[in-house]
Design a protein around this ligand. Structure first.
Ligand code: DGP
Length: 114
């Protein structure tokens, strides 16, 4: 989608520190990290929010979780603990309307989240 920041990162029209890529997904470092590890996992397919998912996207979303697991292991936070977050719509704080998982770790996570 032409005005989507994350689509521009996929197309290399915007720079990002990419840590993983395959045919359907991309992982890159968040520009405004909220923890020592803060990586975003996105599908290459433009899907605005969780509410827009279709049954045909089930495998894709599971694949994103597999990448999140891989990122957590690669960054050494898997055993200590980490958090996967996805925001949906304004009250959640969603700023970029291209589905993404935040992988956060490297510090103690509080609950409830802010
Ligand atoms: P959310 O609020 O859940 O939509 O999270 C969007 C995240 O995207 C936020 O943590 C900051 C990050 N972000 C926004 N613009 C850019 C960008 O241009 N590059 C990178 N690497 N991250 C971005």
């Amino acid at each position: 989608m032409s005005d989507c920041i994350f689509c521009k990162i996929i197309e290399r029209k915007l720079p990002a520190k990419i840590v993983y890529e395959d045919g359907v997904a991309l992982a890159f470092e968040d520009i405004n990290p909220q923890a020592p590890v803060h990586t975003l996992i996105i599908p290459k397919k433009h899907i605005p929010t969780i509410l827009d998912l279709k049954e045909e996207d089930n495998n894709l979303m599971t694949h994103l979780l597999t990448i999140a697991k891989r990122v957590a292991k690669d960054k050494g936070i898997a055993e200590k603990g980490f958090r996967i977050v996805t925001n949906c719509n304004p009250e959640s704080g969603q700023a970029v309307y291209h589905i993404h998982f935040h992988v956060l770790g490297g510090r103690h996570m509080n609950w409830p989240p802010g």
